[in-house]
Every structure is written in C-alpha cells, then in structure tokens.
Design a protein around this ligand. Structure first.
Ligand SMILES: Nc1ncnc2c1ncn2[C@@H]1O[C@H](COP(=O)(O)OP(=O)(O)O)[C@@H](O)[C@H]1O
Ligand SMILES: O=P(O)(O)OC[C@H]1O[C@](O)(COP(=O)(O)O)[C@@H](O)[C@@H]1O
Length: 303
C-alpha cells in the first residue's frame, strides 16, 4: 500500500478575477473549492490512474470534514488524526498571473503527534510512504526525520516532495525519491537554477550524496530524472496553462502509479511528466483521459 502524508491539508479555494486591483473590491468570475495539500493531491492523482493509497495527516473542523468527505466520495482511503482547530484554506488567485496565499493551519498537540506516529508501527516492508508538503509551525521540524526513521527500520521506501529545511533533513536520510522543482533545488544549493544543465549538475550531486532517485521539474522547460546509473530528460507538451496548482504533486502521483505496475523508472518518469502537464492544462487535477492524450507528445531522452 502507498501511504501519503499531508501534515497540513487544505481546502484550496481557487478564484478567478479579471483585472484584479489591489485595495479595491474585486468580484470573481469563477470560483471553486478542492481538497488540497501535496500528499492528498498525490493520492487523488493515483486514484485516477487506478492505484490505491491511504491519505494520512491531521485535519479538523468544518474544512477538515469537507476534505475527508470529498476524498471518501472519490473512494480514497483516509486515516486522519482529528485536531481541534479548522484545517486551513489556501487561496489560489487566478488573474493575469497566479498568486497563492497558503494558511498556517490548526494547532497540532503532542498527543495528536503521538497518535499519528503510532500508525507507522503497522506498516510493512513493501509499503511506500510519500511525505509531501510543508511542516506546520506547531509541529517539531524533525517530524519527517522521525517518520523516515520508523520507515527505514522496516525497509519501507520513502518519497518526498518537500522544500527548504525539510528537504535538507530528508535528503540526509537518503530517500528513494525526491521531486524538487528547479527553484527548490536552487534554494538547497543557495543558487538560482535556470537550465536543465544546471539542474542536472545539482541533481547528480544529490544522488552522489545517497538520494536514490531525483526528479527535478522545470515547469515549461521539462523535467529531469537522475538515478544511480542513468539520467533522463523529458520535454513537456505544448498547451495553455489553466491552473498549475498540484502540477508538481501530479508528477509524483503519475510516477508512482506507473512505478507500481512495472518498477521501470524511465516509464514512470514519462507518466509523471504527462500527469504534471495534464494538471497544468486543467482547472482541476489531471484526468486519466488528459494524461493519455498528452503521453505520446512526451519524449524521454537518455543523457
Ligand atoms: N507551462 C507548462 N507547460 C507544460 N507543462 C507544465 C507547465 N508548467 C508545469 N508543467 C508540468 O507540471 C510539472 C510540475 O511543474 P513545476 O512548476 O516544475 O512544479 P511545482 O508544481 O512543484 O512547482 C512539470 O514537470 C510539467 O510536467
Ligand atoms: O504544504 P504547502 O507547501 O503549504 O503547500 C500546500 C499547497 O500545495 C498544493 O498541494 C499544490 O502543490 P504544487 O502546486 O506544488 O503541486 C496545494 O494543493 C496546497 O494548497
């Protein structure tokens, strides 16, 4: 079973505003709400590709109920720890440019954390754990490290889509896969990454340091996969970006869905990139039909 961890799930409130004016009353031309948070998005994408997972994390209040009910309606298994406050609402403003305001999230108590970590005791070696998204301020910064330690003791593969200090901590634990975008990779090395060549250099460094596989997504410039033995690059299909929220999560969801069926990293990478673009070209997360439509346009080249 694949377990996705979202420590700070959200209701993503996506609002379209034409000619947005700061300091004025703006009215939406369209608005919609979805459950969000990176691990949850990974679970939703995998479900669309026929791969089961269980979503873990902390939820609370009316927003938490919305998230859980939405996932259950999509027949996604969940086992969230209930906290006292409300799960956050993240605003995704679509104007001429995309602007995001992500909430802080509810307070999570030490009892909540103990209950959450206990769950990992029942996992087995063939399970995969996906750690995705930021660590809320009320949780110890070491929480991902603690989860990885529990997983490593059982030989469980860990996939991480995290950034900043959390990414640094996770890398030290040599996970199975990480998926930074080029900004996150640059931040890690205190530099700005503008090309696939630069990204390759730093991704290789991470693999030399013990990370087993690194996917670097470069938005419209494609993506890279660096493994212990080989490196690949992929183009992205041409199309109009409608809503790129969840595109990175879709890369992870697509990758894992294919990886589960034949363990081929190259094919998994291709499906991951197709899923990322399929989400970028949609209002909501990618559908299987959109992914299949884009897949033939993606060329994976061995470097
Ligand atoms: N303009 C675009 N055209 C085509 N595909 C895109 C575009 N922007 C993003 N994508 C797809 O979404 C994936 C993730 O996007 P990226 O912005 O790199 O990551 P993140 O969402 O994590 O910031 C890319 O690898 C690509 O497949
Ligand atoms: O945990 P964070 O970093 O605040 O991110 C949460 C947000 O990221 C998302 O999962 C989208 O992530 P990506 O666009 O990077 O794929 C949203 O659904 C959610 O609002």
């Amino acid at each position: 079973m694949i377990y996705t961890v979202t420590l700070n799930p959200s209701v993503d409130y996506i609002v379209s505003v034409q000619q947005f004016e700061l300091g004025a009353l703006n009215r939406t031309t369209a608005d919609t709400k979805f459950p969000g948070g990176k691990g949850i998005n990974v679970s939703r994408v995998m479900k669309r590709l026929g791969v089961e997972s269980k979503a873990l994390g902390f939820i609370g209040g009316f927003t938490g109920s919305f998230i859980e009910e939405f996932l259950q309606a999509e027949q996604i298994k969940t086992q969230f720890v209930q906290v006292e406050g409300d799960s956050r609402i993240n605003i995704k403003l679509k104007t001429e440019v995309e602007t995001e305001i992500n909430g802080m999230g509810p307070v999570i108590s030490t009892e909540n954390v103990t209950q959450f970590l206990k769950f990992f005791e029942q996992l087995e070696s063939e399970d995969i754990v996906v750690l995705a998204g930021s660590i809320p301020g009320t949780l110890p910064a070491s929480i991902y490290k603690e989860i990885i330690t529990l997983c490593k003791a059982k030989g469980i593969k860990v996939v991480a889509d995290v950034s900043g200090d959390a990414l640094r901590e996770v890398i030290a634990e040599k996970p199975f896969l990480i998926k930074p975008n080029h900004h996150e990779l640059g931040e890690l090395f205190n530099t700005e990454i503008q090309s696939a060549e630069q990204a390759l250099h730093y991704a290789q460094q991470l693999v030399n340091d013990g990370v087993q596989n690194v996917i670097v997504s470069l938005a419209e410039k494609g993506a890279l996969l660096v493994t212990n033995d080989e490196s690949f690059t992929a183009n992205v299909p041409k199309g109009s970006v409608i809503n790129s929220v969840g595109a990175g999560d879709s890369v992870v969801g697509g990758f894992l869905s294919a990886y589960m069926s034949n363990k081929c990293l190259e094919e998994a990478f291709k499906l991951g990139v197709a899923s990322g673009s399929a989400t970028a070209f949609s209002m909501e997360l990618c559908t299987r039909e959109k992914i299949e439509e884009l897949l033939p346009q993606i060329k994976v080249t061995k470097l």
